[in-house]
Each structure stands twice: as C-alpha cells, then as structure tokens.
Design a protein around this ligand. Structure first.
Ligand SMILES: [Zn+2]
Length: 309
C-alpha cells in the first residue's frame, strides 16, 4: 500500500511539472562565420526579450494551436537564421537568403533571418545595431503572435505602427542596455525623412510601397518612428502615463487587432485602442514641427520592463 502511495505522489508531482506553460520555441541556426561575441550577445538578448515579451500557449488560442502544430511537425516553432554576410549561408535549408527580417510571412512557417554585415563591426554604433536588430525582429514575431496574423503584418495594419513601433522599441532597448541614444540622432538627420510628408501626408506611411525605406522618406524608419512618438505624446495629453502609452502602442493595439477580421480595417482597432479616430490623430499630427522631436522623445530612464510589466 505504502508503495502505491509513493507511486501516486510521484505521478501527481510529475504531471504538475509536466504541465508547465509551453513556450513558443525558436531554433537557432547560427552560421560558424559569426563573431563569438555576437553569438553570446544574441543568446543574451533572446533571453531578455522572451522574458519581457513572452510568447507562450497562454498568449491566446491562435498561438497555442500554432505551437501545437509546428511542434508536431518539427519539434519547435520558428527558425532563426543568422550569418555574417556570405552567399547562400544555409544552402541546405533555404534558397539564397539576404537581409534581416521576418520572411515567408505568407507561408505556414515564417522564419527570422539576421544578415550581419562585416563592416557593421567597424564602428561601435553599427555594432550596436547588429544587436538591436535582434530586438526589432523579435518584436515583429510578438506583434504577429498577439494579433493572430500569420500573414505579412503591414498588409493588415499601418506600416508606421508596425515598423515605427519596432524601431522605437529597439532604441529604448539600446539606450537601456548599451547607453546609446540612436533614436534621437537618426530622427534628427534631415536627409532621412521629410517632416512635410510625415505631417501632411501620413497615409503614405501606412504602406511599404508608398513610403520606401530610403533617404528623404523613411530611412531607418525614422519617419515612422516620429509618428509613433507623436501618438504617444497625444496619449499622454489624455492623462495616460508614458509607460501605459507605449504599452498601448506596443502591445494593446495588437491584442485588439486580433478581435477584428483580417483585411484593411485596422482603423477600427486604432480607435478602440487609443480612444481617438485615425483622422483625429492625423489632424493633431499635422501641427507638429521638426523641433518638437526634443519634447516627444522617450524619457531617458524608461526601461522595456517598465512598459511591459
Ligand atoms: Zn521591421
């Protein structure tokens, strides 16, 4: 009898520990040509972002099903490929990969790829960018998970919210962990974006093809980042704290997005999340000047944990 008791206790104990929350698992495919220091920092950053912005079976049913089906197929949920610029870095896995981003967004199994240019390692600022791009791309996976969008995000929401959000978040991270304020310097560079286009024709920034990532438009997503900062500033005027305002942009919008059917109707989500219509916001945005940037930058002490906890 005693033995049976012990067996039962062991079984109960085993089943509770086995019922731990199932996380969304990444498989790291790291090319041997990457600097060791980068690999160490990559793993460190991935641990931090997954703790601050967790994706797991409790996130929502869409993620839960996605975890289940991809686990069954391959034993993990998403590939991450990283390499230092080389032709065909993983010929056995994918065709010639190039540039960083979330790829295959229209396929059942999208993947993350990080293309690290050798010249990036020559200046300390560029080196930091090889790290913050990890935060940027992880954040896109987080947006996809919250919003139930397995299709390309910018087809279902404004590009300036998708990319401006990722840009501002990676720069808050950069200031916090590397003590470098690249957001201010990027947005201050006049050649990167035009205040006139951003404030008078913000709808151009809703799509990739009408706001190319080139100088004078949205280089380094500087224009999109400005719109996001202006939105946060307008929310603060409604007695919303800075932390909460960023949380609405980085998290709540995507949760609300999941409640709307797919298609080009994210304006409803915008109103439900931010308490103003898109037109009302664009009207406020039209009054902004370049010099307002100093007033709308995130506070220097803001941390990513403050926003998501
Ligand atoms: Zn991006």
């Amino acid at each position: 009898m005693k033995k049976i008791y012990i067996l039962l206790i062991t079984l109960v104990f085993y089943s509770t520990s086995a019922a731990a929350v199932e996380k969304f698992k990444f498989k790291y495919n790291l090319h041997e040509n990457l600097p060791k220091k980068w690999v160490t920092e990559f793993k460190n950053i991935m641990n931090i972002v997954q703790e601050v912005m967790p994706i797991n079976e409790n996130t929502n049913d869409w993620v839960k099903n996605n975890i289940k089906s991809t686990n069954m197929k391959q034993g993990y949920n998403m590939d991450i490929y990283a390499w230092k610029s080389t032709k065909n870095p993983f010929p056995e896995k994918r065709a010639n990969m190039k540039y960083s981003g979330i790829e295959g967004c229209n396929s059942p199994e999208p993947w993350m790829q990080l293309d690290i240019f050798p010249q990036d390692y020559t200046s300390s600022i560029n080196k930091i960018r090889t790290y913050t791009v990890i935060v940027h791309e992880y954040f896109h996976v987080y947006q996809i998970a919250l919003s139930h969008r397995d299709r390309c995000l910018s087809e279902n929401s404004a590009k300036w919210l998708v990319e401006g959000g990722a840009k501002v978040l990676e720069e808050i991270y950069s200031r916090q962990y590397y003590k470098k304020d690249l957001l201010k310097s990027d947005i201050q560079e006049r050649k990167r974006w035009s205040i006139k286009k951003v404030t008078k024709e913000p709808h151009l920034y809703e799509k990739h093809k009408t706001s190319p990532q080139k100088n004078g438009f949205d280089s380094n997503y500087a224009g999109s980042a400005f719109i996001v900062l202006a939105l946060v500033n307008e929310l603060k005027k409604n007695n919303i704290s800075q932390e909460k305002a960023f949380e609405l942009v980085f998290r709540e919008f995507w949760i609300q997005r999941a409640k709307q059917p797919s298609g080009w109707n994210w304006q409803t989500t915008f109103k439900n999340t931010f308490g103003m219509t898109l037109d009302e916001f664009y009207e406020k945005l039209s009054k902004y000047k370049r010099k307002d940037l100093k007033k709308i930058l995130p506070s220097k002490t803001l941390t990513v944990q403050d926003i998501f906890s």
